[in-house]
Unconditional design. Structure first.
Length: 111
């Protein structure tokens, strides 16, 4: 687990993510990385660099939707964040299913 923590910390530092606001997320990411390694899906943390950059782009787009002023800005940001997380998860699942079907499809077989 310590190796996974160190790897995630190095990745976060490389991305310029500050320590305090991301600490709980970093711990969870380290647990996921350690689990992948334990289950024989060992991977170098570098594989997650494009995921992190994509996450930054998604969140930057989300932040651009915030409106200044008004008392409901935080509430709408939280609601939007939760629902955007669900939408992103569904999009990832849909694209995975599509790519698996494309890569595993053999001519003459139904998808």
């Amino acid at each position: 687990m310590e190796n996974a923590r160190a790897d995630i910390d190095a990745l976060a530092d490389r991305l310029g993510w500050s320590e305090d606001p991301t600490r709980p997320g970093r711990e969870s990411m380290a647990q996921v990385l350690a689990a992948l390694r334990t289950l024989g899906c060992g991977t170098d943390v570098e594989v997650f660099l494009p995921f992190a950059r994509a996450a930054e782009a998604v969140v930057d787009t989300e932040m651009d939707l915030l409106h200044t002023g008004g008392s409901d800005v935080r509430a709408s940001a939280v609601i939007r964040g939760v629902l955007f997380d669900v939408m992103m998860s569904l999009m990832l699942r849909t694209v995975r299913q599509q790519r698996v079907a494309e890569r595993l499809h053999r001519p003459g077989q139904a998808l």
